[in-house]
Ligand binder design. Structure first.
Ligand code: 9MR
Length: 624
């Protein structure tokens, strides 16, 4: 009889009666800091945490299950922050192990920070990756870009060439795009700026590791040097991108040898260039004053061009098929660029340009390659000694409004992830990571733990606390993504993809081979781990950068207990030739405007929310 009961118990343990699944960060948790997992099917039951010797270290009653719409599921958020001893643990429900190994260690977040930053090295154009730094992923140099051409619409001499080497490949493709590399570079510069002490000594094991400059700055410089080559010396405007005319096949970088062209010169690229180089010039000054001055001067020159060309939006030429990074609204870039340039120059006419469009409610948007007001807000709010109170107040309002909105979305959210259904578009993982940055900025401004904890929840989501039970970072986690859309990883003949890449993630509108996986009821499941899915499984520098910020800042904050000093002094630069006056830019035309040829003249076309088209002449006078 006894024997019989024992068998019954064993069989029960493997029946659905006890079946529950715990979703959690599969890479690990720092010893301090909040630790949570989401359990489906365990409401009110005891979750028992055992260490590697099977000793129970903590028992937590799973709280009432709560719904999280993107997963279309009820889950209980179980907090085990009390465990603060490094080690490996397993969560049990009854006799069943319901988690992956739960790792508690002060190294784990540093590991993923380093991996996600090292990926930028793997993305370097114009450089051979040697075994010493790239290991099995060593490869020949690709894209020297020493004789790039100008697309015919730029109106340059037909056979003219220019040198545009270095920079990072944008994503799974080999293009280099100013707008996107700009925000990526900026995010990494901020990561350094906000956690200087930590990053000063962090080694990335890259070719420049032995010099006296922090490795993260050496890596960022690779892209800054490329960005500088994209400024047209004739007028200071910045080319939009440098790519082949069409995407290459799935080949290694050195096999993509078609001519590369500077394509378009745009206001968004130029403002973006100003913002990034202004911040960079301050950060690099202690290490290389000449390089720093070069960047500050380039930013000043570009500012002048952008101001004079408010309507020069990028338009994809008909013979080009590479990424567009198209944006019919450059107002947010104008605010961002002026805030950065004002910060280092204190030039009043730059301040005027910044204030032309206030950071009012219509600009309370999450940052991304197309929306940059929040970047301006970060800078203004965190530099109260540079900007006036009225500007600081509206910048703070922007950040705290966004952050509080994300906190609100955590109420009755069983996964504890501050993401909503609307976030699951192309690159949703970066939407999460960028929300994490906003939350960390709110933390810098207020020191309220709930912001830091919410940011940690998003990091946990990316590393496994999601309904697919998947770590979205290549090379990390028990159950990790394996087949990203990334040409080198697809073409190198090595099974495992290059480590440290964050894939785009679930996308409810994916229109590629992932289409059959779209789950309209549970959008966070709309994902396909297959290289054919660029819309859910590509990688990109503007997704890795916010991931690195999130993991790196959380690690630095938790391990040092310190955050960015709001009153650190700012270097002041003298830049010649910044003209006074605001851009000739009508307020009415602030969004969705493009330049077209119509009825025999160049006109501006604005599409209203209802789809109606309104036409203006170049001075902003309404024509219909
Ligand atoms: O990240 C971009 C996403 O926001 C757009 O919806 C998408 C379609 O235009 O393009 C993404 O960017 C891609 C770029 O155009 C080319 N390189 C790969 C980028 C990531 O997929």
């Amino acid at each position: 009889m006894r024997f019989h009961n024992f068998l019954l118990l064993i069989s029960l343990a493997s029946t659905p009666l006890f079946a529950a699944t715990a979703y959690h960060n599969q890479v690990g948790f720092p010893t301090k800091g909040v630790k949570q997992l989401a359990v489906v099917g365990a409401e009110g039951k005891d979750i028992v945490f055992k260490d590697s010797t099977k000793q129970t270290v903590l028992t937590v009653k799973a709280p009432a299950a709560a719904y999280w719409k993107p997963a279309n599921e009820n889950a209980s958020l179980v907090d085990f922050s009390e465990i603060q001893k490094p080690g490996t643990y397993i969560a049990y429900l009854g006799d069943s192990a319901i988690s992956h190994p739960i790792i508690i260690s002060d190294k784990v977040l540093e590991d993923v920070t380093v991996a996600s930053l090292r990926w930028f090295y793997y993305q370097r154009a114009s450089m051979e990756l040697t075994e010493e730094f790239a290991g099995i992923y060593a490869r020949p140099m690709g894209h020297p870009d020493t004789a790039a051409r100008y697309h015919s619409l730029l109106g340059k001499e037909l056979m003219a060439t220019f040198a545009s080497p270095k920079g990072w490949y944008d994503a799974g493709d080999y293009g280099k795009y100013i707008v996107n590399s700009g925000i990526s570079t900026y995010t990494l510069l901020q990561l350094y700026q906000h956690n200087k002490e930590y990053f000063k000594t962090l080694s990335l094991n890259i070719p420049e590791s032995k010099n006296d400059v922090p490795d993260i700055l050496d890596e960022i410089r690779w892209n800054l040097e490329w960005m500088l080559t994209m400024q047209d010396p004739e007028d200071g405007g910045v080319f939009h991108k440098l790519t082949t005319k069409q995407f290459s096949g799935t080949v290694m970088p050195d096999r993509d040898t078609k001519p590369r062209f500077a394509i378009g010169k745009s206001n968004t690229a130029t403002w973006n260039f100003v913002a990034v180089l202004a911040l960079a010039s301050e950060i690099y000054k202690p290490y290389d004053s000449e390089f720093s001055k070069k960047m500050a001067d380039a930013a000043g020159k570009a500012f002048w061009w952008a101001k004079e060309h408010p309507y020069d939006f990028f338009e994809q030429p008909s013979d080009v098929g590479t990424g567009t990074y198209e944006d019919g609204n450059a107002v947010d870039e104008q605010i961002w660029a002026s805030a950065e340039l004002y910060r280092i120059t204190r030039n009043d006419s730059v301040l005027d340009v910044m204030r032309q469009f206030p950071l009012g409610k219509s600009r309370w948007k999450l940052q991304g390659w197309q929306t940059t007001s929040a970047l301006a807000a970060f800078t203004i709010a965190t530099n109260p000694d540079v900007f006036e109170q009225v500007d600081v107040d509206s910048a703070k309002a922007l950040i705290l409004h966004l952050a509080d909105d994300y906190i609100k979305s955590l109420k009755n959210n069983g996964y504890g992830v501050a993401m909503t259904e609307g976030d699951f578009y192309w690159g949703s993982n970066s939407v999460g990571a960028n929300k994490g940055i906003v939350l960390l900025h709110a933390y810098i401004l207020t020191k309220k733990e709930e912001y830091l904890n919410a940011a940690t929840g998003i990091l946990d989501y990316l590393l496994g606390r999601n309904p697919l039970n998947l770590s979205y970072l290549t090379g990390y986690g028990v159950n990790q993504v394996f087949n990203p859309h990334h040409r080198p990883s697809q073409a190198d003949g090595i099974d495992a993809p290059i480590p440290g890449m964050l894939v785009g993630g679930p996308n409810k509108s994916a229109n590629d081979c992932a289409k059959k996986y779209i789950d309209n009821e549970a959008v966070a499941r709309s994902y396909y781990d297959n290289a054919c899915s660029y819309a859910t499984n590509e990688v990109a520098i503007n997704w890795n950068a916010p991931f690195a910020y999130l993991a790196g800042s959380i690690h630095a904050i938790i391990s040092s207990g310190k955050t960015y000093d709001l009153h650190s002094s700012v270097e002041k630069f003298e830049i010649n030739g910044i003209p006074s006056g605001k851009p000739n830019f009508s307020k009415n035309l602030d969004s969705g405007v493009r330049m077209i040829f119509r009825e025999g003249s160049v006109q501006l076309e604005k599409t209203t929310k209802t789809g109606m088209k309104i036409y203006y002449n170049l001075k902003g006078k309404k024509l219909n």
